[in-house]
Design a protein around this ligand. Structure first.
Ligand code: EPU
Length: 424
């Protein structure tokens, strides 16, 4: 098994180029199921989750080629080989359920394994299924699978009115993709406003879809009969950007993050500035300079444009090193504090009360052997490992490989002492 070993306490200095967004690239890849044309995606990060999506699409019948061994992929689905998303792939990656909408819309049928719970919560897909039913799909749950089909007499999905009971990113994406090829007009209310939704809508519109309002809470979609292939560049990863911004702050260093879009992470920038970090933003870069002490700053996770749940664990690591206390409240997932006992192993002073945690900053932290439970939890351990003196060994590196492209290389180039090791 592999682990990551860090000798911490070195302020990071240098430039880190930001990769394409994992959470934008995954739904964008499933758009290949909506067209028979060649579809080219660039700025796709090299990650385990992207590979899982590639395997899933290939078993549906896609031929996928990486262009010039780089970050661009050509995807083409000439005909459906199988409408099934098997348990083995869905269990590896919940975003696999994003094939449901496209398969139903284009091929009239889909059989997708129920994802089950995961480390950060139960994460049901009931809102996805209700949304697809509003578009006329017939849905049955059988032997751990969602079996969905468009009734024969309908021919294809029909436009409908979807009101999400609470905000769901994946649910909004599935509904938007399905409605793009439906007959008639669909209105989605209480839609997610995440930048990844807007990216998906922009791509769909270039393919010939008629979507308006994406990025707001009401999205309107006029269904079209077919979609064409295009060339599309995935937007920068706002969570990777925020994670490296915190890497600069937590090591009291100075980093320039390039190939990114500062507009995508306003809430994180506001929190960092409130904590005493100097930030300069340009059109596609962010400079982070941490000469001052870091103050404790309270945050609460919220759907976009609020503070992202995917930055909560990283913020907690930073607050563990701050001057003073901070309260952190998680409102999106019911079980996203699994990193707390591991952060405590570094000496962090954290108390959890229901959905909130109180973090009392301390200077008395030191490296430790730790274990991660999910992607963002793992990276919070890397961050605290970089900040604290001594050696940190993080087990279960595969979580990091799901979401951070070339993590060690990027950090090493800025002075971090970090390496991947094999352990028994
Ligand atoms: N929910 C339901 N029913 C549903 C769908 C969602 O109850 O049918 C609940 C979830 O259990 C959760 C909340 O609604 O409590 C929000 O879930 P959402 O559907 O918005 O999350 P998701 O689409 O499954 C995406 C990201 C996550 C990110 C969340 C929230 C991708 C591939 N994943 O998940 O990213 O945390 O939105 O912003 O886009 C990560 O990258 O580490 C990650 C977990």
């Amino acid at each position: 098994m592999q682990a990551i070993k860090i000798h911490g306490g070195v302020p990071l200095e240098g430039t880190i180029p930001i990769s394409g967004s994992k959470n934008a690239a995954l739904p964008l890849m499933t758009l290949s199921l909506l067209t028979n044309d060649r579809f080219i995606l660039s700025n796709v990060p090299e990650l385990a989750d992207i590979n899982t999506m590639k395997c899933l699409l290939e078993q549906h019948g896609a031929s996928i080629h990486r262009l010039d061994n780089g970050n661009s992929y050509e995807l083409k689905v000439e005909g459906l080989l199988s409408s099934e998303a098997p348990y083995d792939l869905v269990r590896k990656m919940r975003a696999s359920v994003l094939v449901l909408g496209p398969l139903l819309a284009k091929y009239g049928q889909a059989k997708v394994s129920l994802p089950g719970g995961c480390a950060i919560g139960t994460r049901p897909i009931d809102f996805h299924l209700k949304a697809l039913e509003s578009l006329g799909a017939e849905i049955n749950l059988k032997s751990g699978y969602v079996e969905a089909k468009v009734p024969k007499h309908m021919g294809r999905l029909k436009g409908g009115h979807i009101v999400f009971p609470s905000i769901t990113v994946g649910g909004t994406e599935n509904a938007m993709m399905a409605a793009s090829l439906a007959n008639g007009k669909t209105i989605i209310e209480n839609a997610a406003r995440e930048p990844e939704i807007l990216d998906l809508a922009n791509c769909l519109n270039l393919m010939g879809a008629k979507i308006s309002g994406a990025g707001s809470s009401i999205i309107t979609i006029e269904g079209v009969e077919g979609l064409n292939g295009i060339n599309y560049k995935v937007l920068p990863d706002r969570i990777e950007t925020g994670t490296y911004a915190i890497a600069a702050a937590i090591t009291r260093g100075c980093l320039k993050l390039t190939n990114t879009d500062p507009n995508l992470l306003e809430a994180v920038i506001i929190a960092l500035e409130a904590s005493g970090v100097n930030i300069e933003v340009g059109e596609d870069f962010i400079n982070i300079d941490t000469s001052k002490k870091i103050r404790g700053v309270d945050i609460q996770t919220e759907p976009y444009p609020g503070f992202p749940t995917d930055m909560q664990a990283q913020w907690m690591a930073l607050m563990a090193t701050a001057d003073g206390a901070a309260m952190l409240t998680e409102t999106i997932f019911e079980n996203r504090f699994m990193h707390v006992p591991e952060l405590v192993r570094f000496g962090a002073n954290i108390n959890v009360h229901g959905k909130s945690a109180i973090i009392r900053g301390s200077e008395d932290l030191s490296g430790a052997p730790v274990m991660a439970t999910d992607l963002r939890a793992s990276v919070s351990l890397v961050l605290l490992g970089l900040a604290t003196h001594g050696t940190t060994v993080i087990n279960r590196v595969y979580h990091l490989d799901r979401g951070y492209e070339k993590l060690e290389k990027k950090l090493e180039s800025c002075g971090a002492s970090i390496e991947r090791i094999n352990i028994k």
